[in-house]
Design a protein around this ligand. Structure first.
Ligand SMILES: [Fe+2]
Length: 268
């Protein structure tokens, strides 16, 4: 494992495909051994940063560490959300099926800048990968006509508050990354009421239902293309930092054991 000359610790950095970076360090290295500014820069460059070998943090310690990056989004349960599959969930996030693409914080006041996960437990080859789509790449590859169409589109999302979020919001489809100014897409897929525990209804402002349906189907097909998506298969001990502006994310359905336990914190 090569030694990082600037930081004085052993580490191996490898690119993930089609984007992202994995940083492997010797077991027991502390996340605080790497300056926050360095990890922040790597996260912004890579959009997803996977850290392996670092010590998992206690719940309070995890929140305290994330606070070094910025203010935290506080839920009713606190800043650290335990993500586990439940037997009788009210919300699809806690069920074992897939989770369609969305960005975090859509139904709360603040727009999280980054989100952090740490993986306390996960079964291998059991599905449940977290899938990230790089919307900066989707926008980059769109032709002029499509970009012009997107610039004029606003979408309204509506959901009932059954877990830790809910309500109605209207957002422009094209937004700008707060650090780089690069165009990003704020797109979340609808959740069909016949399939998901708590549906999300999406409408395109000014469109008839049929046009809305066609548009949403086109967008879903586009953002799921493999060249834009990195699927993260969790290993116990993984710490993952993701850019909530460049990316939208979702989860594949579980195909095996659902014993996985993630903790998540959102940094505003
Ligand atoms: Fe999410």
């Amino acid at each position: 494992m090569p030694r990082s000359s600037s930081l004085g610790i052993m580490m191996d950095q490898s690119p993930l495909r089609p984007f992202g970076r994995v940083l492997q360090v010797p077991e027991g290295t502390r996340i605080t051994d790497i300056p926050v500014q360095t990890l922040r820069r790597w996260t912004e460059e890579s959009r997803v940063l996977v850290l392996r070998g670092f010590s998992i943090l206690g719940k309070q310690e995890f929140a305290d560490y994330c606070r070094l990056w910025g203010e935290l989004l506080e839920w009713e349960v606190g800043a650290v959300m335990d993500l586990v599959v439940q037997d009788k969930p009210k919300n699809y996030l806690f069920a074992s099926g897939d989770v369609p693409f969305h960005w975090d914080g859509a139904f709360v006041e603040a727009d999280p800048r980054f989100f952090f996960f740490q993986c306390l437990d996960a079964a291998l080859d059991a599905g449940g990968e977290t899938v990230f789509c790089d919307t900066t790449a989707v926008y980059r590859d769109a032709d002029e006509d499509l970009r012009r169409q997107w610039e004029g589109i606003s979408l309204t999302y509506k959901t009932e508050k059954l877990a830790h979020y809910g309500g109605q919001i209207t957002e422009k489809l094209v937004s700008q990354h707060p650090s780089t100014g690069v165009p990003v897409l704020r797109f979340a897929e609808p959740l069909d009421p016949t399939v998901y525990k708590n549906p999300v209804f999406v409408t395109v402002e000014g469109n008839q239902q049929e046009e809305t349906d066609d548009f949403l189907a086109m967008m879903s097909e586009l953002v799921h293309r493999p060249q834009y998506c990195y699927a993260h298969a969790w290993q116990p001990g993984d710490i993952v930092i993701a850019d909530n502006f460049s990316l939208i994310h979702g989860r594949n359905a579980f195909t095996g054991s659902t014993s996985r336990h993630l903790q998540r914190v959102e940094v505003i």
